[in-house]
Design a protein around this ligand. Structure first.
Ligand code: SME
Length: 137
């Protein structure tokens, strides 16, 4: 039997590892640029299902990162004007872009039910995860 995992199976495993091993990572998922459209499409994720399968560039934290190419750490989602709520239990969010050949192709998005949980250690760690991801997609 062919036991090779698909890219999406691997990405789902990464979501599961992250969500299982860090107690304040409560929703972990990937968004990727949707073809040549100016929008993101939800990829593998773990956590509560979300209505936000498609996110236009510029909209919400994820849509802003699609344009800025920069990490976005949100200690308190209630302080954000341009934020898309997925669940009322979410208190904080971190989004880290994924680059392939210098191009912003997607991102890892993590929601937390803890207020202000993310440090620069999370940013460095998740940048490293995104670099690994860029080699398997
Ligand atoms: N909160 C995100 C939307 C995605 S959900 O967190 C899964 C945002 O503002 O872009």
């Amino acid at each position: 039997a062919d036991t090779t995992k698909t890219v999406n199976q691997r990405l789902l495993l990464i979501c599961e590892l992250l969500e299982n091993h860090v107690d304040y990572y409560n929703w972990v998922g990937f968004y990727f640029k949707n073809g040549d459209k100016n929008e993101l499409k939800l990829g593998p994720y773990v956590g509560e299902p979300t209505d936000h399968i498609i996110i236009p560039f510029g909209k919400g934290i994820c849509g802003q990162v699609a344009l800025s190419n920069k990490n976005f750490v949100v200690p308190d989602v209630e302080e954000q004007d341009n934020y898309i709520a997925c669940s009322i239990t979410v208190k904080a969010e971190i989004v880290i872009p994924i680059f392939v050949n210098g191009e912003n192709v997607g991102q890892i998005d993590i929601d937390s039910s803890t207020l202000n949980p993310f440090s620069s250690e999370d940013e460095r760690f998740l940048e490293f995860v995104c670099e690994l991801v860029s080699t398997i997609i």
